[in-house]
Ligand binder design. Structure first.
Ligand SMILES: Nc1nc2c(ncn2[C@@H]2O[C@H](COP(=O)(O)OP(=O)(O)O)[C@@H](O)[C@H]2O)c(=O)[nH]1
Ligand SMILES: [Mg+2]
Ligand SMILES: [Zn+2]
Length: 359
């Protein structure tokens, strides 16, 4: 049993999670957090000890798909037995947020990257040219999972302060309400002031292309080279793909942080809200069009066309908005079709089993 809920605070447990706890389950199980996932085992912590846990049969059999299984950052009901070397996870505590994407490949399935993340830091390396379209994809992913976004300009030592200010100004056009920070792991002062922006008991994740400097930054925050980063010997200077396993790491300022590997493909499912939030101005203009079903091509009274003419929004941003809407509609449709297929297959398997049992 948890000695007290206070013991969970260093793991990121805060008031708003208390309201979703099931008192009945607490009388049989304790609360723990998933630190990392290893094939079919989960490293969990109850704030006192860390132990490898397995899923209960019930949890395994009621899971409809991978998103019903624990992921890094999840809060779970667990039992820890056997001199603390064996533990069973009985259920998930409702998630306050999820970070997920469409799994790379042809089949449309949703892949969970992390759960219960408060703030996603999207790392944009200053040694690469700014890719606003990729940033918009990250923002859609973050916003659709009910996570707050922050933008982190990395490798600040490689460009002039004036250049950083110019990039910040350019970014403001796309992300008016998102904090923008800059940092260099080579500058201890910038690392210290970056460390000062973290809130205790809040969970952060680091997102961004491979080579952006995420793992280097995590090591700098930890003050030790705990995780492998790409070597400078890499001729392209862009860094290799080194981060593979995701892990919840506690910083000494009380914040929790999850590093992620770069994503080659970033498709979306169920992201309508995320698109709304990311392209809020377009959503606002859309609602001001004269016709409800305006396609923003050449209808009279189209607020979006007016916005384009006045330079309030860029043509690239509008194109990308439309592309993401089409893509997300397509992915949602194929996800629904696959679920339907799986359901039919499930029924078929059950009926075969039933027939077998009767014969
Ligand atoms: N100049 C400079 N290089 C950096 C900085 N941060 C990371 N790097 C380099 O960028 C490369 C990729 O870093 P890594 O942390 O592995 O990136 P990740 O893929 O985002 O985790 C490595 O060669 C780092 O040494 C920085 O602040 N300044
Ligand atoms: Mg890395
Ligand atoms: Zn319109």
């Amino acid at each position: 049993m948890n000695k007290s809920m206070d013991q969970l605070r260093p793991l990121g447990f805060r008031g708003r999670l208390k309201s979703v706890l099931d008192e009945r389950k607490l009388s049989h199980h304790e609360v723990a957090r998933v630190i990392s996932v290893h094939r079919d085992k989960y490293l969990i912590s109850n704030g006192d000890i860390q132990v490898l846990a397995e899923l209960s049969g019930g949890l395994r059999y009621t899971a409809q798909s991978a998103i019903d299984l624990p992921t890094v950052g999840d809060w779970v009901y667990a039992n820890i037995f056997d001199q603390q070397t064996l533990a069973i996870i009985h259920g998930l505590i409702p998630r306050t947020s999820t970070l997920s994407r469409k799994r790379a490949g042809k089949e449309t399935t949703e892949q969970l990257i992390a759960a219960n993340v408060d703030i996603a830091m999207i790392a944009l390396p200053l040694d690469q040219s700014l890719n606003l379209r990729r940033l918009e994809r990250y923002l859609v992913m973050v916003h659709s999972g009910a996570i707050k976004a922050a933008i982190l300009l990395t490798k600040a030592d490689l460009v002039s302060p004036e250049k950083i200010e110019a990039i910040k100004a350019e970014l403001l056009a796309v992300v008016a309400n998102t904090p923008i920070l800059s940092v260099s792991v080579l500058d201890p002062f910038s690392v210290a002031s970056f460390r000062g922006t973290f809130l205790s008991a809040h969970t952060y994740c680091l997102l961004g292309v491979s080579g952006a400097g995420k793992t280097s930054l995590l090591n700098a925050l930890l003050g030790e080279t705990r995780f492998a980063t790409a070597q400078l010997s890499d001729k392209t200077g862009k860094g290799k793909h080194t981060t593979t396993a995701r892990e919840l790491v506690a910083l000494d300022n009380g914040a929790l942080i999850i590093d992620t590997p770069g994503m080659r493909e970033m498709g979306h499912v169920n992201v309508d809200q995320g698109i709304e939030d990311t392209f809020s101005l377009l959503g606002k203009l859309n609602s001001q069009c004269q016709f409800n079903n305006c396609t923003h091509q050449n209808e009279p009274g189209c607020a979006i066309q007016a916005g384009l003419v006045q330079g309030e929004i860029s043509a690239e941003r509008f194109d990308h908005y439309q592309q993401l809407m089409r893509e997300s509609a397509f992915n949602d449709r194929s996800l629904a079709q696959r679920k339907e297929r799986d359901k039919k297959l499930g029924k078929l398997i059950k009926s075969v089993k039933y027939a077998k049992n009767r014969s």
